[in-house]
Design a protein around this ligand. Structure first.
Ligand code: PGA
Length: 267
């Protein structure tokens, strides 16, 4: 089994650089003791550089096989210019960012990000050698089927992306109702995640063929913690290769998530 992926999406937390560095140290320690898990940390922009520097001190000589990678939570679709408030892919690249989250439902909802904007961001990230973690997921689910809107988000985000480039994309299925914070949020079930992963895989197969589709990693996200983490990998027919974790990644429980996945992957 190739390494499982765990993304720590800190969202708009914590508030102080010292807290961010502290959280990073704890996450790094957990990542280092897990040989079979690749941990990707996505701090808020203001802490990216200091975390990158701190991490560089540890890993300078062997970044390639590092236990940990840095992600940004967003990116703009131009390299430079008059775009107040935006952060470019080249700035991120220069800070050692390897991945970027695009299409998160919180940005779709609160910032009005459209599929077209997400497509532009994803393509620009790829152009700069940053791997997009593309989030897709429905607002609500009525019946048994994965809603068409998920397929539409996926196709639109990957519009005009070649098979070769698409192989670097990580797709995170995050049903919006499962993301913690909502009044009635609760995790999806592994069996529905299995269904979602097969649905996503079918679209990728249609778009890119077997060889490339098989290289695209699919993650689950939404109220993950150490009680449910392994089930999303173990009970999804080998279709899910990791997790995108929000709230829990700010807590001591996250080290346990990493440890449990590592143990599972070792089997
Ligand atoms: P959550 O967030 O783990 O807090 O539900 C996941 C995400 O939105 O990335």
């Amino acid at each position: 089994m190739s390494k499982l992926i765990v993304v720590a999406n800190w969202k708009m937390n914590p508030q102080m650089e010292s807290e961010a560095l502290n959280l990073f140290e704890k996450t790094l320690a957990a990542a280092k003791s897990a040989q079979n898990v690749s941990v990707i940390v996505a701090p808020p922009y203001p802490f990216l550089e200091s975390i990158s520097k701190r991490w560089g001190l540890y890993e300078a000589e062997k970044r390639q096989e590092a236990a940990l990678h840095l992600a940004a939570q967003d990116v703009f679709w131009e390299r430079d210019g008059a775009y107040t408030g935006e952060v470019s892919p080249s700035m991120e690249k220069n800070m050692g960012v390897a991945y970027v989250i695009v299409g998160h439902s919180e940005r779709r909802r609160h910032l009005g990000e459209t599929n077209q904007m997400i497509n532009q961001k994803l393509k620009k990230a790829l152009e700069f050698g940053i791997k997009p973690i593309l989030c897709v997921g429905e607002e609500s689910r009525a019946g048994d089927e994965i809603p068409e809107s998920v397929g539409n988000q996926l196709r639109a985000a990957l519009d005009d992306v070649s098979a070769e480039s698409a192989e670097s994309v990580v797709v995170a299925y995050e049903p919006v109702w499962a993301i913690s914070g909502g009044a009635s949020s609760h995790p999806d079930t592994p069996s529905d995640m299995h269904k979602a992963a097969l649905y996503i895989k079918k679209i990728l197969l249609d778009m890119y063929g077997r060889k490339s589709a098989d290289k695209i990693t699919v993650l689950y996200g939404g109220s993950v913690d150490s009680r449910n983490a392994v089930s999303f990998i173990a009970e999804t027919g080998g279709e899910v290769h990791g997790l995108l974790v929000g709230r829990d990644s700010l807590t001591p429980d996250f080290a346990r998530v990493i440890q449990l996945l590592d143990r599972y992957a070792r089997q």
